[in-house]
Write a protein that binds this ligand. Sequence first.
Ligand code: AMP
Ligand code: ZN
Length: 440
Amino acid sequence: MAGDERMKIYNTLTKKVEEFIPNEEGKVKMYTCGPTVYHYAHIGNLRTYISEDILEKGLRFIGYDVERVMNITDVGHLVGDGDSGEDKMLVASKREHKSSMEIAKYYTDCFFNDCMMLNIKKPDVVSPATANIEMYIKMIQKLLDTGYAYIAEGNVYYDTSKFPNYYELSGRNSEDLMVAVREDIEHDTAKRNPFDFGLWFTNSKFNNQELQWDSPWGRGYPGWHIECSGISIKYLGEKLDIHCGAEDAIFPHHTNEIAQSEAYLGHKWCNYWVHLGFLNDESGKMSKSKGEFLTVSLLKEKGYDPLSYRYLCLNSYYHSQLTFSYDILDGAQNAYFKLKAKVLKLEDNEVDKDKYDLYIDKFKEAIHNDLNSSNMLTLVYDVLKEDMSDGTKLAIIKEYDKVLSLDLTVKEEKNVDEDLDKEINEKILLRKKAKENKDF
Ligand code: AMP
Ligand code: ZN
């Protein structure tokens, strides 16, 4: 592999696999949309975080200094991803008879417990949306001053007609996008254009919203999209290299993030948009509102090692959709256990430097090749088959595991919060029973 070769990655903005060139040589500023903490994360959500984790660790492996920021959405994400329906946190408050902050704390803890079980590293900065209100107010004020935003029926909206590149990320025309926002338009008569979106809501949206702040436009709360722009710009500055999220975030969330960020900054904001493919079940996209609620804790209770699920995800291309079934998970667990058993039998003896370098280069090549995680896994098998000392194999696999994070060379079990795990499963069971008995 040539030393100056650049990593290639699929960029939604250009709709092709292209060379990754950061704004500053050697450094990557990366932002990933965090969870909405109104419920447990299902294994579909977690596939997205596993892929992002591999991207971050892969970039580090090939020598980049990565600075990564993620938000926690604890206000403003309405049930409709546009501006329709109640705030998801409010829905959870009613469901569980708790305050929004209690809900946010509990599900944030659960999320990071899941991440720990899946060996997903915590981003350098994790910031809740409610901790950055001043930043959103500053941005919204500038958007109003420069004519990109307007006030109607007490709320502040972004005027999408002022932003000519609005359709670039999705690559879809207004007729197509219209289908996605039809419900919002029917519910929100204040909007001037169909794709306009809320930057700041006052009482005209929900007067029972628990979390409200004073603003120049009245007491209220921020829209969901401004949170990610605000947090990203506040912590990573005016130029972002990579922005990630699952494919459903392309429109409206990321489309709106670009519109408001670039209008606020007055220049291009982010160069690479990396979208992760869905995890589907037999009936389509896995979502929190339907079917069995597949959490990592549930998989554990059924006897699966969470890392078998990570192994399963690693075997797929991050950009493609993946259909989950227990058969596939059984296969992954089988393969993962066999692989780990083989690695654990290796003796820690002398290392052949040339072979070591050769196989580290091959791994780097897989990362460079559009983050080819299934090739990275195949390389572990190649190393085991290759004619070299056990010590060399072990040293190589230890290095690979910095990205794979499958604990391939780790004998002891991980120290996770078993009580929280148990509590999650008991709660899911109770809720399922209550739902069956229509006792809410
Ligand atoms: P949420 O907590 O609902 O805000 O979602 C967290 C992340 O998971 C977002 O980036 C979603 O786009 C993503 N996501 C939601 N459903 C799926 C799915 N079935 N497969 C993969 N990612 C998903
Ligand atoms: Zn976001």
